[in-house]
Design a protein around this ligand. Sequence first.
Ligand SMILES: Nc1ncnc2c1ncn2[C@@H]1O[C@H](COP(=O)(O)OP(=O)(O)OP(=O)(O)O)[C@@H](O)[C@H]1O
Length: 360
Amino acid sequence: MSTLLTNVCKQYDQGKTVLKNVTAEIETGEFFVIVGPSGCGKSTLLRMIAGLTQISDGEISIDGQVVNNLPPKDRNLTMVFQSYALFPFLSVWDNVAFGLKARKHDQSEVEERVNNALKMVNLEDLKDRKPRELSGGQRQRVALARAVASDAKICLMDEPSSNLDAQLRIKMRQEIYALQRKLGITLIYVTHDQVEAMTMADHIMVLHDSKVQQIGTPAEIYKTPANEFVAGFFGVPPINILYATKISDKAIRVNNDFQVDLDQTVTEKELKVGIRPNELVVEKADELSANATVQNVEFLGDEKIVYATFSNGNEVSAIVPSDAHFDMFENIKISSTNNVLLFNQDGINVTANREDLINA
Ligand SMILES: Nc1ncnc2c1ncn2[C@@H]1O[C@H](COP(=O)(O)OP(=O)(O)OP(=O)(O)O)[C@@H](O)[C@H]1O
């Protein structure tokens, strides 16, 4: 039993294709995150699952039933939007009860469910307030309580923490995660924030360019990204992408500069190499041996980020220990470990499959 998307497509009236052949299986009870840059179609996909937006082609089925033509109320799901969509003139309690009353549950059941839901999100004390008397985080929790009270098996959330400040976002994230685990519901969660995706998901769908780029666990997505886009989307600072040429079966020259000996055979003559900032090796160097110059250094506490420019102008960022000292405009020598990702000219990951990496 699961939610199945099969070749789901969306074109809006103007003919622009927003989503092309989206296929995925969302397992019952999992935390499934849809992530991608602004405008890639995340909300559209969520709204199509909800039944609020018509799909142009393909099939959506929930627990074995094709729901393409079912109205939202018959899909047994609930939705939490960016804007929370609370009724301003109703109290917290009535906001949570609204959907249940509309569905004609009897009074004692409504009371029990609403009280339980408010307890679960710690809002019992504020049940008589109006939404305007609540903070953003509290409003968010009302929306959550509504989802909890509805008893739907699938909950859809569209950037639910986007209006909150950084600290509250982290707290909210933890609460949503804990609730999802406690209730055992299927949660389909849209965000543009890669950290949110990485920290909460059982599986992540990465959308870009109207297409699914990859679906996988956070570890799979990070360690074995399908292509250059996915590699670049996850990780702060982002992965460095540099050009490389093959110099022997198992060695490449990166940026026409330093050599990396690989533990796999390379077939492409020309390729791109992805090097995470923590895999770059930065050393002090004199003018002769230097291949790069420091542009900036950021202190992060336990480590530093060195932003540098190679002699040919290409920029990279490297993570170094916080006790390593580098000055602006200092000459340095940059090389890398052999834990790199290889991409062909089209940006497709051609690194040998490293299953061992995923669970490391
Ligand atoms: N009702 C509509 N009519 C026409 N085009 C639309 C409509 N809704 C969305 N779009 C377009 O579809 C594309 C995807 O929009 P969507 O809101 O799904 O993206 P998103 O990934 O959720 O973006 P964001 O992260 O900025 O919220 C955008 O180019 C948007 O302009």
